[in-house]
Design a protein around this ligand. Structure first.
Ligand code: NAD
Length: 354
């Protein structure tokens, strides 16, 4: 049966069976080939985002179709549900060999030096964040890969950006090396799409909050650490001011947004730099108060450090109307819903020390 016949068969089948789950079928038809042929490579899979995104990708594509890779050999035990390989993304030959040998069709490139860590070694952060993206984009061009995912960040904005409901298109003068690398990365993504047709897709994540892994050196990490202290009944020392608002997102929403964007038909993805994405916005005082509803004796102290200046240069809240219009984005969690879910689940992942 030729593919067009096959497509016709599924369309007729769908019309005759209106109650079947339409989403996988819609994906099947939208991308023009069966999901079984997709082979997904995740780079930086052992990090805060990667460890949850890789699981979600395995749920979608099946364990045989996903290869998790990371610099850290110790991460292997984390991936009992899919194949794991040690890979330094800066080893261009090893990356190319893996993609060719395994007939990879999509890359999720998550490896990066984050904002706070980047300020400690700016040249290394620039080198890793930029070179690795260019290796992946070149490979996508040469090997004609189907799709690339690369995350950007609210760090692309800077002190001269409008702070409230920050628009998709506005002044961006980032003043951290991380933000500069993400801004340049966005330009490269759009360039490879325009000049070479590389189907690269990207989201400007706010601070990501999850309970399944520890954060990797970002300015929004306090909003993860605070829950660990709450379940341990310890006082929390906050490195930001109590009124420092930042855009944040609960990890299940970040995973949903990523899969929705990547599953959207090519023509729906109209922004090829990176989409603004919003979940919630809160201050350290507000997350503290949300936790106190469950842990009444919880205590906090505010001792801002160098990360306060980074937070001050970022938006308070984000306008993500383009993501909503173009591919139907809508978050599920607000602050109190996230707090309840984390406090319920965190102890089974990180039991408090006695
Ligand atoms: N976590 C957030 O709040 C947040 C917000 C905005 C954007 N992002 C972006 O999402 C992506 C993932 O972030 P994260 O929080 O999971 O970071 P993370 O630091 O937790 O994870 C990054 C992973 O990359 C791996 N890695 C580092 N160098 C590598 C190399 N040379 N080769 C292969 N792997 C390497 C690390 O071992 C780590 O497991 C990054 O691009 C980050 O900029 C994250």
């Amino acid at each position: 049966m030729t593919f067009s016949n096959l497509e016709g068969f599924f369309t007729t089948f769908a019309q005759a069976n209106p109650n079947i789950n339409k989403k996988p079928l819609g994906d099947f038809l939208a991308f023009g080939k069966p999901k079984m042929m997709d082979k997904i490579l995740v780079i930086g899979a052992a990090g805060q985002l990667g460890s949850e995104l890789t699981q979600a990708l395995t749920n979608q594509y099946g364990g045989d179709q996903v290869i998790a890779t990371d610099l850290r050999d110790s991460a292997k035990s984390q991936f009992d549900y899919c194949r794991f390989e040690v890979l330094d993304v800066m080893n261009r030959e090893a990356l190319r060999d893996l993609v060719k040998e395994e007939k990879v069709t999509q890359i999720y490139h998550l490896a990066a030096v984050l904002s706070a860590t980047g300020e400690k070694n700016p040249l290394f952060a620039w080198h890793l964040n930029m070179e690795s993206l260019l290796y992946v984009l070149e490979l996508a061009k040469e090997e004609k890969l189907d799709k690339i995912y690369w995350p950007s960040s609210i760090a692309v904005f800077g002190p001269n950006t409008p702070k409230v409901n920050t628009p998709q298109f506005c002044v961006k003068e980032p003043n951290t090396v991380y933000g500069i690398s993400k801004q340049a990365g966005e330009r490269w993504c759009e360039y490879y799409f325009e000049k070479h047709g590389v189907d690269v897709r990207s989201l400007r994540y706010p601070g990501l909050i999850g309970y399944k892994s520890l954060p990797g050196g970002g300015t929004t990490d306090y909003a993860v650490d605070i829950y660990h202290k709450a379940i341990a009944n310890e006082k929390f020392n906050c490195f930001l001011r109590e009124d420092s608002y930042l855009p944040m997102m609960y990890m299940p929403d970040a995973i949903k947004a990523t899969l929705d964007l990547m599953n959207a038909p090519r023509e729906s993805v109209k922004i090829r730099s990176s989409y603004n994405l919003s979940g919630m916005s809160f201050s350290p005082k507000e997350i503290f108060e949300s936790i106190k509803k469950h842990v009444p004796d919880f205590q906090i102290e505010f001792n801002p450090d160098f990360r306060q200046a980074i937070a001050d240069s970022w938006p308070d809240s984000i306008d993500d109307s383009r993501a909503r219009e173009d591919w139907g984005w809508k978050p599920d969690y607000d602050l109190d819903a996230m707090t309840a879910d984390i406090l319920k689940n965190l102890p089974s992942y990180f039991p408090p020390k006695k």
